[in-house]
Design a protein around this ligand. Structure first.
Ligand code: FES
Ligand SMILES: [Fe+2]
Length: 371
């Protein structure tokens, strides 16, 4: 038991959770009749679009002798391995042809599968579902089905703008995520005259509540010390602006800001690429400033600046983490990080035992910190 009042020592485990959808590539980078490489959870993938523009994702390794398939020939329907010409249906990975077979050989070609993953296009991204690892003997199994659809950005009107930006971080998924939800780094990492300064640091009190697979910072009025929110208040002519921020496993942070008829919504993910590398993708949709020619650019500028500040910080942090230092999480500022680790552990435990997941929070909690 940790002594009372002492911060808890904490080690990150860098475990990457399977059984979830992950963002693989921005949709506008995936072109028809071209093959793209991507890596998710250390799994090499080849991603493309078929003749009807439908995206697909295959494991980038031929089930015959492991040749990367991204080097193969693709006719819009089947992908041909460059080594011995085996052909696979890109949507389910089923083998269609083994050119070396003679007519009297009876190998059942259609029982052979290249690894194939459920794949969806959603809000400007190609999402890939990474199932739990199957039994050994892959290469002969049909693809798993995703239990649900890929996450979507919540939108409140038919007309809106959409933008994304991304940055690679040389840290594990755990550090990427706890960095994303860390409330105390703002005044030190995200200073700018038009946003806030270190001097604007003040005490905050926020309510949190459990939600399935995660937690929510309950609807509240955003901090008064930030200029954009002040601007938004004038522009929207609304007495109250409310923000709701959710985090759900494995890696999704959604933020919804509503001000009268105006709204801003974002879905940010931190995607594990390898054990030591993750990527942050911010996709935002909004109907504020839609008529203003520089609106989207302005928003993108603000977000790009934030993300770059976070990326730079984690790049430097990665140097410190190389030597496996002991880490600690303190209350209340690091409580969301603690919840993340507890949620992750609870998810894995539920998988192990087959019992329903036990949520680490028993009810609403108020956290206080200065930022
Ligand atoms: S390695 Fe792919 S066909 Fe042989
Ligand atoms: Fe940040």
């Amino acid at each position: 038991m940790p002594e009372l009042g002492l911060p808890q020592r904490q080690a990150t485990d860098t475990l990457m959770l399977t059984g979830f959808w992950y963002r693989a590539l921005p949709a506008d980078r995936v072109h028809r009749n071209r093959l793209h490489k991507a890596t998710l959870l250390e799994i090499p993938l080849v991603i493309g679009r078929d003749a009807r523009n439908q995206p697909f994702a295959l494991r980038d390794a031929c089930p015959h002798r492991g040749m990367p398939l991204n080097d193969g020939k693709f006719d819009g329907e089947n992908l041909e391995c460059p080594y011995h010409g085996w052909q696979f249906d890109v949507h389910n990975g089923q083998c269609q042809l083994i050119p070396s077979l003679t007519s009297d050989q009876t190998l059942k070609v259609d029982r052979i599968y290249a690894g194939s993953y459920p794949c969806e296009e959603q809000d400007g991204f190609i999402w890939v579902y990474i199932p739990d690892p199957g039994p050994p003997g892959a290469g002969f199994t049909e693809p798993s089905e995703a239990p649900d659809a890929a996450p979507q950005i919540e939108k409140f009107t038919d007309k809106y703008k959409l933008a994304y930006l991304q940055a690679e971080m040389p840290v594990s998924i755990d550090h990427g995520i706890i960095g994303l939800m860390d409330p105390a780094h703002g005044p030190f990492v995200h200073q700018a005259w038009w946003w806030r300064t270190q001097h604007s640091i003040h005490e905050k009190k926020k309510n949190f509540e459990p939600i399935p697979n995660g937690f929510r910072m309950s609807a509240h009025t955003p901090s008064s010390n930030s200029a954009p929110y002040k601007l938004l208040r004038l522009y929207a002519d609304a007495d109250s602006i409310t923000t709701t921020i959710d985090f759900v496993l494995p890696n999704v942070r959604t933020e919804i800001i509503r001000a009268g008829k105006y709204w801003f919504s974002s879905l940010t993910t931190v995607t594990p690429i390898t054990r030591n590398q993750c990527r942050i993708d911010v996709v935002a949709a909004w109907n504020i400033f839609r008529w203003m020619p520089f609106g989207p650019e302005l928003l993108k500028f603000v977000f790009a600046k934030f993300v770059e500040q976070d990326r730079r910080t984690m790049e430097v942090q990665a140097e410190g983490l190389q030597h496996n230092p002991h880490l600690m999480l303190i209350d209340d500022a690091d409580r969301p990080a603690k919840w993340y680790f507890q949620l992750k552990a609870a998810y894995l435990e539920a998988k192990r035992t087959g019992a329903p997941m036990k949520h680490p929070m028993s009810g609403p909690v108020t956290l206080k910190w200065r930022s």
